[in-house]
Design a protein around this ligand. Structure first.
Ligand code: KPL
Length: 306
């Protein structure tokens, strides 16, 4: 099996590193952005909680701060940091760690990150993961698995097949539902639509994903934002409007106890990914000569909260 490292000690990073470590022994490393979090993780390990907040496991992957990671050799890096973290310094550091032939799997919400990574890390195999797993970071070393979802990993002809199959095997062994797909564009647009509806509304209304669809007033807001966004994204390979609306509701229900990543950011007074989700949709609309009032409004509101 190949070596695997998770970069990012947020909710998804802790969940992936914790579950991978629980099933693949000592092969998984967790790279964090701060040395403080790496120290805490080396001391305490990762505590995994089930959806009810009960203890389910404690594991001890090797944790390092990004500054202390040497060359990684040929392996797989699961990049789980937010798009807001992809600064030029960060990308330079990543390029120094992942050698040519290595593989980076991008787990970011929204769009725009693939292009950035492709430019900053030429000659590496890139794959894009679209996941609806629900995770809540309880503290720097504890994560709650708030809802099981599915993870689609999209590849192109240049993706290293050996590394990819080894990753698929590891993730499946760790209990995740994983699908490999060549129809990546559709999966990215589908996830963009889901995040464009759930993330800003949960952040503005300060409700968990399950509470969003719980009243007719909130459902009406969701529907309006959904319809406008669908109208813009339908030119990018999305079909079956009814199926997609049901998918949004299904994610709300499967991750009902989850605080969306945008709500978590707003609560933590961190910069959100709004520009890469609804902001990006506004820019797509303007290129199509369309107006995106709902997307503009939620973008402005979320920025105003921050
Ligand atoms: O991707 C998510 C997020 O919070 O960013 C969902 C799927 C909405 C789960 O919370």
């Amino acid at each position: 099996m190949g070596k695997v490292a998770v970069l990012g000690g947020g909710s998804l990073g802790l969940l992936l590193a914790g579950k991978l470590q629980a099933t693949s022994g000592s092969d998984c490393e967790l790279w964090t952005r701060t040395s403080n979090q790496a120290d805490l993780l080396n001391l305490n390990g990762i505590t995994l909680q089930d959806s009810g907040g009960c203890y389910s496991d404690r594991v001890h992957p090797v944790a390092r701060s990004l500054d202390n990671v040497g060359s990684f050799g040929e392996g797989i890096v699961l990049l789980t940091v937010k798009q807001t973290a992809l600064t030029s310094d960060f990308l330079e550091r990543l390029a120094a760690i992942v050698p040519s032939g290595g593989m980076v799997v991008l787990f970011q919400n929204g769009i725009g990150h693939r292009e950035l990574l492709r430019e900053a890390l030429p000659n590496r195999s890139l794959a894009v993961a679209v996941t609806t797993e629900g995770a809540l970071r309880v503290d720097a070393t504890t994560v709650r698995h708030t809802g099981s979802g599915e993870t689609r990993i999209g590849v192109d002809d240049e993706t290293d097949a050996k590394l990819l199959f080894s990753l698929e095997r590891m993730l499946k062994q760790a209990g995740f539902s994983v699908f490999l797909s060549k129809q990546l564009e559709g999966a990215i647009m589908r996830k963009l639509l889901i995040n464009a509806v759930i993330n800003p509304l949960t952040a503005i209304l300060r409700v968990r994903n399950g509470e969003l669809a719980a009243t007719s007033e909130r459902l009406a807001l969701m529907k309006a934002l959904f319809q406008e966004t669908y109208g813009i994204l339908s030119d990018f390979g999305l079909d079956d409007e009814t199926g997609l609306w049901n998918a949004v509701l299904q994610v709300c229900s499967a991750t009902r106890d989850n605080e969306s990543s945008m709500l978590q950011d707003v609560i933590a007074h961190k910069e959100t990914e709004i520009e890469f989700i609804n902001g990006a949709i506004c820019r797509m609309a303007s290129r199509q000569g369309k107006v995106a009032h709902w997307n503009e409004t939620v973008t402005a509101l979320v920025k105003a909260i921050y």
